[in-house]
Design a binder for this molecule. Sequence first.
Ligand SMILES: [Zn+2]
Length: 543
Amino acid sequence: MKSSKTWLTAIMISVLAISLSAQRGGRGGAPGQQGTPTPPGPPRVEELKKEVAADIETMKVATQQMVDQVFSFGELGFQEFETSKYLTAILEKNGFKIERGFAGIPTAWVATWGTGKPVIALGSDIDDIPQASQKPGVGYHDPIIEGAPGHGEGHNSGVPLNITAALAVKKIMEREKLPGTLKLWPGVAEELVGAKMYFIRAGMFRDVDVNLFAHVGSNLGVGWGAGFGTGLQSIEYTFKGESAHAAAQPWRGRSALDAVELMDIGWNFRREHLRLQQRSHSVIVNGGDQPNVVPPNASVWYYFRETDYPHIKELREIGDTMAKAAAMMTNTEVTSRILGAAWPQHMNKTVAETMYTNIQSIGLPKWDDADITLAKGIQRELKQPQIGLATQVGQLRGGLDPEQNMGGPSDDIGDVSWNVPTATLGYPANIPNLPGHNWANAIAMATPIAHKGVTAGAKVQAMTVIDLLMRPELVQQAWDYFRNVQTKDQKYIPFISDKDQPALWLNEKIMQKYGPEMKKLYYDPTKYKTYLEQLGIKYPTVR
Ligand SMILES: [Zn+2]
């Protein structure tokens, strides 16, 4: 099923849409078909859902501590060592069986509890953003450690949400003797789209019936179908030339940096003649050592993003051609390797509709004046509309005509969504109208805004798990959609080969540089109620 014709058929019939951009910052999707929230289940199911939500309300302190703790670790992709050690210890203490080092990735793990079917997986990302260090609760740029990484997206909150939900559901499963298995997993190196395709290759989802993902946002929300956004291939090109004295005998040198620059120039001319849906960007990760030495090697790292599998493949092929051409022009050699990849997302209709009913029943947290003052403070600072925080739950998203998808961000949950029925819960732990991948997106992430948002999200997640455990027809419907609509004409084809390996070395040096300073500021819940208290920050601090 590799031809673009069958793919086109697939996108024509696969009607609808999740807006990743909406999840990430509250920007709305195109209006369209909305889907139908799943009707309530039998009375006993609804009673247990109420009970699980009430129980999660009593777990608020533990939830807050997890959110603050992971925030304080602030680890980049593939370097989430403290984060994973901490989260797995909590799960292990609560009776989960832990498999560490999953798929050969040291910071990856799977935590399993329960027996039999259905197997419900709960995943969320754990890595953070370079140079996004920021004091929580302070409504302007004020790094904890200048230059250090920080949770400038909010990935500190998702696994704490899933753990809260799982522990509450587990209590009910034990008491009611409900069959089923809970399987928690971390989105390692999501900012590099570096791990989930390897999780799939290593069989993480082989026995999973439904996967519930959670991603931080500024509202409660969920959607289904294909949607706004892209998939991508992340490729590093390395050119090899020959060094020489740049002034004495420059004719003896062959500059690898020249090749990188020519490739970039070529790509930027070609850009005008690519589809409007594409997004492509690069950074020069190695541009040589010093000007008087002709650079013998140089590397440039590209993200090639497009809205469907054939176009992503094609964009990367154009990149490969251009790299070869640049090597020919400069008499250098080029090699390439894949550092990450993501399929465009396609979320499950039944799972999203079930989740949406629970979103409607939980609703948004009650924000207080301090929360709103912080939100408006940073919105004012960034010259954005001062709308404060979300006050109304959004629509069940869907109905996007694939032709309307003009591109956007990517997430390697896309790969998972093509292997098992999946939906992503967006939860309101962050502030609307922020730039994303930025210090500003860290401000709320260890404050009551994040704590309340995670508690609300955990309730929705737990209620959805109860639905899936107790209403087998929902799991059946989810697979009907997956088999007969979503994957009818398009099957998952991994971007990685059997030989490719995860890019475990990425971010190692940055963490070596900043880790020791960051360690001194890890949150200590035995001494301080909150991380704000430990850092001595008055909440909120705004200009
Ligand atoms: Zn993310």
